[in-house]
Design a protein around this ligand. Structure first.
Ligand code: PLP
Length: 385
């Protein structure tokens, strides 16, 4: 048989999925690997989806999404993200943030173009770069997981097409400051680049940190692709509803590509999204209070156990580095921990080339499981001391 796609053959099965498979073999498993909130979509959103289903809205929706939803999304970007020039023609509705990402890579890339990102970073960017025949340029993050903007500047070549950012970040929890965003915008403008901004964690912020959309800078409107989804803010990872804002020409290309690859987004769900994005998630303040407690608890326990930790101010992840005295890569640590104590943390090597000795821990789980999970990690480490 002839060889199948090299790019897909060479991509690893997601480290997170592999871990889940191991964890499922035990009855008392605790997962710190989950990339989703521990709440689900609000009833007022679900009700609209059910209503649309009962009204038999089950035929194709327009490839760009329902016009009313596109208008609501444009208004959301204007009001919440300060992206003044965004109109309906700048919006496409997508199958989750994931399809918004795929479309962004598809319309921006020609074979051999280069894409720059800070590393570690969200796994999908690495494989999308390979599927779209981009050269991936990973720039290691600073010690505090901030972007190394000097190094990013130096990494630019005539072939650089775009920079990929995700703030608040998965897996590090890092949030760009205003000063960093100002500088990044300068870099993009000076070098005539595009910027893809993945903002799916925009609502998960702690200690008065704020979210800044690069698309809100006047000169950036035309060169920023801003993507988001209901997935994290509304606890709706299974609804598969995302959206992207970009200049009109880019949206037209996305429409063409989307038409031939996905032919639109689940129709009834789009009615739920209209309601969701009109009202917002009223539970967010309460959720953040709760997550902040978990974040502090996780930080405290990791410090007590002698991990090297950087305090995260966004998303619901923390990325501790393993203590060098333990003499373990994150792959060995995670595999042994899951086998011995039935606790799953994601090994850092799933997030790029610079995190072989780090773990990603998601604290979006119950207080009881967090406490029990750390007691087990403590026992695991005691056996090795
Ligand atoms: N972007 C980031 C940074 C993510 O962490 C995720 C999911 O974990 C996504 C995009 C994908 O979002 P969705 O589930 O809406 O496709």
């Amino acid at each position: 048989m002839k060889q199948l796609s090299d790019a897909i053959l060479n991509s690893q099965k997601s480290a997170i999925r592999k871990l889940f498979e191991l964890l499922l073999q035990s009855s008392d498993g605790i997962s710190f690997g989950i990339g989703q909130p521990d709440f689900t979509s609000p009833d007022f959103v679900n009700k609209e989806i059910i209503k649309a289903l009962n009204e038999h809205k089950t035929q194709y929706a327009p490839a760009l999404g329902l016009p009313t939803l596109r208008r609501v999304v444009a208004q959301k970007f204007q009001k919440e993200n300060n992206m003044k020039g965004v109109e309906n023609e700048n919006i496409m509705i997508t199958n989750g943030g994931s399809q918004a990402l795929q479309l962004s890579f598809a319309v921006l890339s020609n074979p051999g173009d280069e894409m720059i990102m800070s590393s570690p970073n969200f796994l999908s960017y690495i494989y999308l770069a390979s599927y779209y025949h981009l050269k991936l340029v990973e720039v290691p993050r600073l010690e505090n997981y901030g972007p190394n903007l000097d190094a990013i500047r130096k990494a630019i070549t005539p072939k650089t097409k775009f920079i990929m950012i995700n703030s608040p970040n998965n897996p590090t929890g890092y949030v760009y400051s205003k000063k960093q965003m100002d500088e990044l915008v300068q870099i993009v403008l000076e070098n005539d680049l595009y910027l893809v901004s993945d903002e799916v964690y925009e609502n998960f912020l702690y200690n008065d940190h704020i979210h800044i959309s690069p698309g809100s800078y006047d000169e950036m409107m035309d060169r920023t692709l801003t993507l988001n989804a209901l997935s994290k803010t509304f606890g709706a990872t299974g609804l598969r509803l995302g959206y992207v804002a970009a200049n009109k020409e880019i949206i037209e290309l996305m429409e063409k590509y989307g038409q031939y690859t996905a032919a639109g987004v689940n129709h009834p769900t789009q009615y739920g999204a209209i309601e969701a994005l009109t009202k917002g998630n009223p539970d967010i303040p309460q959720i953040l209070q709760n997550y902040d407690k978990k974040r502090k608890f996780t930080l405290k326990r990791l410090k007590e156990l002698q991990f090297d930790v950087v305090e995260p101010y966004g998303a619901f992840y923390i990325m501790p580095r393993l203590n060098p005295n333990w003499n373990m890569t994150s792959e060995v640590f995670s595999n042994d921990l899951v086998k011995e104590e039935h606790v799953a943390c994601v090994p850092g090597n799933g997030f790029g080339s610079y995190s072989d000795y780090s773990l990603r821990i998601s604290y979006a789980t119950s207080d009881e499981l967090l406490e029990e999970g750390f007691n087990r990690i403590e026992r695991f480490l005691k056996k090795r001391s």
